[in-house]
Structures are given as structure tokens and as C-alpha cells.
Design a binder for this molecule. Structure first.
Ligand code: FES
Length: 90
């Protein structure tokens, strides 16, 4: 049986990456963060969630700046990184 943490079809999303991804966001723009971990366009949605219970999360930039999106999908401050990737144990 495979590890439930990496299936992305149960309660836990797949790990989309081991480190956060820095993005220059633009004020007023919306970004759709991948919540299932299956997207090939991390940290953003590419439609891969369709066979899972996960849905992308909208991030609306209120200013133009550099932000760090979570890629591991374990952050408590989704869609932003909160350092939880350091506890992945890999
Ligand atoms: S990349 Fe997920 S908490 Fe840092």
C-alpha cells in the first residue's frame, strides 16, 4: 500500500516541492495556488486537482512584491510558506 501522505486523493495533498517558491506578484492580480500538490506548474494550479477533493486557493495581491508560496502543501498559512517544509523529514 502506498503512503497516504503522497497520494493526493485522501485528506493529505501530494508534496508539490520541498522548498517554497518565490513569485513576484502584481498588485490587484489574482493567483490560483495549487492545493492538491499535483500541478506541474508549482506553486500554481494547472487543473490536475480534478480527480481529487482539493480545489485551488485564490491569492489576491494587494501590492506588488515578492512572496513565498508554499510548495510542500503542509503550511498552516496556505498559500504562503510558514516553514512547515522543514519538518518533512526527507
Ligand atoms: S514550502 Fe510548504 S511550508 Fe514551506
Amino acid at each position: 500500500m502506498s503512503d497516504a501522505v503522497t497520494t493526493g486523493t485522501g485528506d493529505m495533498p501530494e508534496i508539490g516541492g520541498q522548498r517554497p517558491i518565490m513569485v513576484e506578484v502584481e498588485s490587484g492580480k489574482s493567483y490560483w495556488w495549487c492545493a492538491c500538490g499535483r500541478s506541474k506548474s508549482q506553486p500554481f494550479c494547472d487543473g490536475s486537482h480534478k480527480t481529487t477533493a482539493f480545489r485551488p486557493v485564490e491569492f489576491k495581491a494587494d501590492k506588488s512584491e515578492q512572496v513565498w508560496f508554499c510548495a510542500c502543501k503542509r503550511s498552516g498559512k496556505k498559500p504562503m510558506c510558514d516553514g512547515s517544509h522543514k519538518r518533512l523529514g526527507t
